[in-house]
Design a protein around this ligand. Structure first.
Ligand code: NDP
Ligand code: MG
Length: 384
């Protein structure tokens, strides 16, 4: 059988690493053709050699970057060239930020398989990109909760689905009081109890902004209104997502918390890989702990802000993504407090008086606008 030829955008990151780990354990199924990142030339070249890639791409390389033995591309437009390269059958979007949106659009339009971890791009570009999808599950979610929901509903007709549920570990502060939340430091927020991830998403997991953004992501991926997408705190992170059906039954997906599992599900669909044997053993029944509780929106105002943005739609989701990017960066630099993150984002959303985006370009521009507006507010706050 022919191997699946992959391009991995965001190869040097945390999800990129999970994807490449899966590929290396199933060399008879996958072939890594192209790898892309922003600027980490050393790691990209190392990965390129280890996985036998032909094509390397850096969107923001140092001047004069070139790597012997590879075809080297540079600039953000090159991501689209990779998505359109006829040596690529399947594109994996595991970069952070919104730079890969045009490439995602190209890959979907071209009809190749797409595995998507980059949630910002779905939240911002979903209304324009989702209608381009050519066949069912051409676009497969890698984000663990969405992968779980997808694995629960794979073949169910849309009319049978009544609700979807995402789970949140609740992050390191799930048992805190509002009072304790005020003194949270970046160092404490960077210690996630369960998942090992990049810094931005780790902070988003501590504020539960991540879960709020994931609810919008789920609305887009599964074409569901906000009121049919729920989220619950599930401290053990064994259930990742659930699909509830019109007959009142519920399917949940239970697995270890390891991004290689949702990555494997997306990469290999419609097959299932022997991950239990080659990646990690399954949870034993004696370990199962299926307890859930509701999310307290007072304790997690970022979650509330994102749910509101999802319900309102229009300009709010892209502004939220931009404002959060900025606020998290200022928090990590010790310039604003943990609770300021939500305050800043809410200010940006409330103050916006412009129109809803009409085009994808408008929506992408709103991310930048949200980021700039939040930057200004952060600087003001730092100076008081
Ligand atoms: P990391 O910060 O670990 O990695 C980000 C990756 O994206 C790096 O390879 C980086 O390259 C690359 N990148 C950033 N900007 C650009 C750009 N402009 N052009 C090309 N490549 C770029 O992030 P994560 O792996 O944690 O997250 C990646 C995405 O997946 C995010 O959207 C996140 O929300 C989502 N996600 C992450 C999960 C996780 O477990 N970490 C779980 C579910 C979803 P370089 O190294 O050169 O900077
Ligand atoms: Mg997730």
């Amino acid at each position: 059988e022919k191997k699946i030829r992959l391009a991995v955008i965001g190869a040097t990151g945390s999800v990129g690493g999970a994807v490449l780990d899966v590929c290396s354990r199933f060399p008879e199924i996958f072939e890594v053709t192209a790898l892309a990142a922003r600027c980490n030339a050393k790691k990209l070249a190392e990965l390129g050699r280890r996985h036998g890639a032909k094509l390397l791409c850096l969107t923001e390389p140092c001047a004069g970057w070139q790597e012997d033995g590879f075809e080297c591309l540079t600039g953000t437009k090159a991501l689209s060239e990779i998505a359109e390269d006829d040596r690529v059958d399947h594109a994996v979007f595991a970069s952070s930020g919104v730079a890969a949106i045009p490439a995602l659009q190209k890959a979907i339009s071209r009809g190749i398989d797409v595995s998507l971890a980059n949630k910002e791009s779905v939240v911002v570009a979903g209304p324009w990109v989702m209608p381009l999808v050519k066949r069912q599950w051409q676009l497969r979610p890698v984000d663990s909760e969405h992968s779980a929901v997808w694995q629960c509903l794979r073949d169910a007709p849309k009319e049978e689905l009544s609700r979807i549920w995402l789970t949140a570990s609740g992050g390191p502060f799930r048992d805190f009081t509002c009072e304790q939340m005020k003194d949270v430091t970046p160092e404490a927020a960077l210690k996630h109890p369960i998942w090992k991830m990049g810094p931005k998403i780790t902070i988003d997991s501590a504020t539960l902004m991540n879960k709020g953004i994931e609810c919008i992501e789920a609305m887009q991926l599964f074409d569901m209104p906000a009121e049919r997408v729920g989220a619950l705190i599930h401290p053990r992170s064994q259930v990742h997502g659930m699909a509830e059906f019109v007959d009142g039954t519920l399917k949940m997906l239970v697995s270890r918390a390891d991004m290689r599992l949702p990555a494997a599900a997306a990469l290999a669909w419609p097959k299932r890989l022997a991950a239990a044997e080659k990646i990690l053993p399954p949870l034993e029944p004696s370990q199962w702990d299926l307890s859930f509780r509701e999310i307290d929106e007072k304790l997690f105002p970022c979650y509330a802000a994102a749910r509101w943005a999802g319900r309102v739609g229009g300009a709010m989701p892209p502004l939220l993504v931009g404002a959060d990017e900025s606020a998290v960066r200022h928090f990590l630099n010790h310039e604003i407090s943990f609770m300021d993150i939500a305050g800043i984002i809410n200010d940006v959303l409330e103050k916006y008086s412009g129109a809803a985006p009409k085009t994808l370009e408008d929506a992408i521009a709103l991310v930048g606008e949200g980021e700039r507006a939040a930057d200004e507010l952060c600087i003001k706050r730092r100076n008081v």
